[in-house]
Design a protein around this ligand. Structure first.
Ligand code: JFZ
Length: 402
């Protein structure tokens, strides 16, 4: 019997993963019949109340000839990401993998006719990155018995049990049978699912692949760990492991008009902040209908990878700040007998308090490991920083404790 603690070991070490929202919604990309719709791109069918009969015609146009699994996995790998979670089926009900359960899938319904998840499974295995699947187990706007589509279907007529037994479980079985070891199933938006069904689905995953994690959005506080709201970071982690799913701009699925990209500096600070509170950062990319990851995402991930090369030790396997609240100059991540001071706001002197051990030595984490002078008096210490703030890559200070 594998325990949740055992399942979580790789995940606590990983700390940083890639989220990929990719589906038919990348074709309209936020615009439907000439009208631009606000909000997240993968919700266009809902926002525009597109009838199933109209929306499913998009499948005939979906032909991502520029999709290259090796390129996508290499991007994640070079960014320092250790797991990759991709939408196998989002709320629109379209399966982005070869499903025998429903012909509404990328192999049977599109001119592409190939299974991108097979390619990603191979590429992830070669790169040593965990492949994980996002699966919308409750909302399915293509199915009369699922939640979410009350413009084609009468909510009073829905039989959720039928959807759960005859689409959800068979498709989750396919995902956990046909693609090798899966790191996690990332469920989402539990609305109609009962507590018993959330429990049953969690056990179903664990029976098929005992090492596979189940996220908290399976519903009713079940699953192996909790999920924060989108782009939400808690002040403290709460009662169990947690993860922040986050966007680089303001949408998960590709939108032609969303150019509101967070800077690399912001993304690195968010990563350090999340880890300093004990969480994981699942950072999203939204590929186009042609299979291309937008260039601003590629740029930011490459820069984050450069930072991770120098500072990864302060992230991978690191845990929450043991000294309590983060200071005003940055955040603190920790390992046994070691603190990592992520100095966002470089200044001549910075202070620590609540120390319970003596400091052995302190230095910049960057390759030059430049010594940092400090004075300690009981639980308080003051560090004298080099006047010239190093570039962002070199702004993590190691404090080794006795
Ligand atoms: C859900 C999806 O509806 C969305 O399309 C995307 O896949 C995102 C990652 O997950 O959106 C949510 C779900 C939960 C919350 C917010 C947005 N929440 O708990 O605040």
């Amino acid at each position: 019997m594998v325990t949740t603690e055992e399942r979580l070991q790789w995940w606590r070490q990983a700390r940083f993963g890639m989220f990929i929202h990719w589906g038919l919604y990348a074709i309209p990309a936020g615009i439907w019949k000439g009208k631009e719709y606000d909000g997240i791109g993968e919700w266009i069918m809902h926002h525009a109340q597109i009838p199933v009969k109209e929306y499913e015609k998009l499948a005939r146009e979906f032909n991502p000839v520029n999709f290259n699994a090796d390129n996508w996995v290499r991007l994640a790998d070079k960014a320092g990401m250790k797991y990759l979670t991709i939408t196998a089926k989002h709320h629109d009900g379209f399966a982005m993998y070869d499903s025998e359960v429903s012909d509404y899938n990328i192999v049977d319904a599109t001119p592409f006719k190939k299974d991108p998840m097979k390619e990603l499974a191979r590429a992830c295995k070669e790169a040593g990155i965990k492949l994980c699947f996002y699966y919308s187990q409750d909302q399915d706007w293509h199915h009369p018995d699922a939640s979410g589509n009350d413009w084609d279907f009468d909510p009073e007529e829905k039989n959720f049990e039928n959807y759960f037994e005859n689409k959800v479980k068979p498709q989750v079985r396919e995902l956990l049978t046909n693609y090798g070891p899966i790191g996690m199933i990332w469920f989402d938006t539990p609305i109609s699912i009962s507590e018993e069904q959330s429990e049953e689905l969690t056990e179903f995953v664990h029976e098929l692949q005992p090492d596979c994690l189940v996220n908290g959005r399976v519903g009713h506080d079940k699953g192996d760990y909790g999920n924060m709201g989108d782009n939400q970071i808690p002040e403290n982690g709460g009662h169990r492991d947690w993860e922040t799913p986050a966007t680089m701009n303001d949408t998960w699925g590709y939108k032609t008009t969303d150019e509101n990209w967070k800077s690399t500096r912001t993304l690195i600070h968010l990563l350090a902040d999340i880890v300093s509170k004990g969480g994981n950062y699942l950072l999203n990319v939204g590929p186009t209908a042609e299979g291309i990851i937008p260039h601003p995402s590629i740029e930011r991930l490459a820069d984050m990878g450069e930072w991770m090369k120098v500072n990864g030790a302060s992230i991978y396997g690191a845990t929450a700040n043991p000294l309590g609240e983060n200071p005003d100059w940055g955040v603190i991540t920790a390992k046994p007998d070691r603190l990592y001071l992520h100095v966002f706001d470089w200044k001549e002197k910075i202070q620590l308090s609540e120390l319970e051990k003596s400091i052995k030595q302190s230095y910049l984490l960057a390759d030059n490991r430049q010594k940092i002078q400090f004075k300690q008096k009981e639980s308080k210490a003051e560090f004298s920083l080099p006047k010239k703030a190093p570039d962002q890559k070199n702004s993590v200070i190691v404090v080794e404790l006795e």
